[in-house]
Design a protein. Structure first.
Length: 314
């Protein structure tokens, strides 16, 4: 997170080189340790992975470009936290699912939170724009385009989740295999972004020198940040893929939501992003609604009841 925000501020549009580096690292690691240098056949037919990675690649690229369209990092993170809304909507439409009143209430809270933060960010964009009316309108239109991009990526991500859920039910859960193919197959698609990646690679090489602790090697600081980001993202992404096979989907949603919440708070405090009381209220709505959706209160109820009875028994 630290690297991504620093990089986007110093080198706008560098999201493609960040994503490419992550995909390349995970693909190489998976090719060696999971695919056994191509000798191991996939448990899930490869054609399904092509469909999945097309969605995954599209979501990643669109989310990266949204950062160049006057979308602040906190709003970007909050908006992506609305994945429950998209998942529920597409689940109703595609899988014909029905939910309880508490589920619908949680979705309403998340929707209200995202609307609040989005509306307040729109006011900030308008106030921070140029004094010229035409320039201000142009900035606001780019911001609207960024919101549209985030909405599209949100719906596409939800559709990918439903597709992945159906595959796991049919062929079994293979987290390491899915992790590898989801990152290896999209690599040729980055050829379309090669000029942008090469341009930012040159900019990274021209950044200020940094001496790596312990080993004492001096490298451009942006390459060091990129390496740290790739390693930490690998640990995070692999953990999420493994979690999907070891825990229920509700537990996975809860863990990912808490991770987003911690990242959001860190981003606000560390980078001193403008965050009003309305933003905080919207954030509370988003995460309370998400916790309601995961029904964490039902799990905490018995625990709290036993904790309250303990003094009486003693």
């Amino acid at each position: 997170l630290v690297f991504l925000v620093h990089a986007c501020r110093q080198f706008p549009g560098c999201g493609n080189i960040v994503t490419f580096s992550q995909f390349l690292f995970i693909a190489v690691e998976g090719f060696i340790f999971e695919a056994n240098f191509g000798r191991k056949r996939p448990a899930i037919p490869i054609r399904y992975y092509f469909i999945m990675v097309a969605m995954f690649f599209t979501v990643s690229v669109v989310n990266n470009y949204a950062l160049n369209l006057n979308i602040a990092m906190p709003l970007h993170m909050i908006f992506r936290s609305g994945s429950l809304i998209a998942s529920m909507a597409l689940g109703i439409i595609i899988l014909k699912k029905r939910y309880s009143v508490s589920k619908y209430t949680s979705i309403a809270l998340v929707s209200l939170g995202i609307f609040t933060c989005t509306f307040m960010s729109a006011k900030q964009v308008a106030s921070d724009s140029s004094l010229h009316e035409e320039d201000g309108l142009q900035v606001f239109l780019w911001w609207l385009l960024g919101i549209a991009a985030l909405t599209f990526a949100l719906l596409m991500s939800a559709r990918m989740g439903i597709f992945q859920e159906m595959l796991y039910k049919q062929f079994g859960k293979h987290s390491k295999e899915a992790l590898f193919y989801n990152h290896a197959l999209p690599l040729p698609g980055f050829l379309l972004l090669a000029p942008n990646i090469y341009h930012h690679a040159i900019l990274f090489s021209q950044s200020e020198p940094f001496q790596v602790p312990v080993i004492g090697l001096t490298v451009p600081i942006m390459w060091f940040y990129l390496l740290m980001n790739v390693v930490t993202q690998y640990v995070c992404i692999r953990g999420v893929f493994i979690l999907t096979t070891e825990c229920t989907s509700l537990t996975v949603t809860l863990v990912v939501t808490l991770r987003k919440f911690v990242s959001l708070i860190f981003s606000i405090l560390y980078f001193r992003n403008p965050f009003t009381a309305w933003h905080w209220l919207g954030t509370v709505f988003v995460f309370v609604g998400t916790l309601m959706y995961t029904e964490v209160w039902n799990s905490l109820g018995p625990f709290l009841a036993r904790w309250r009875k303990r003094p009486k028994e003693e």
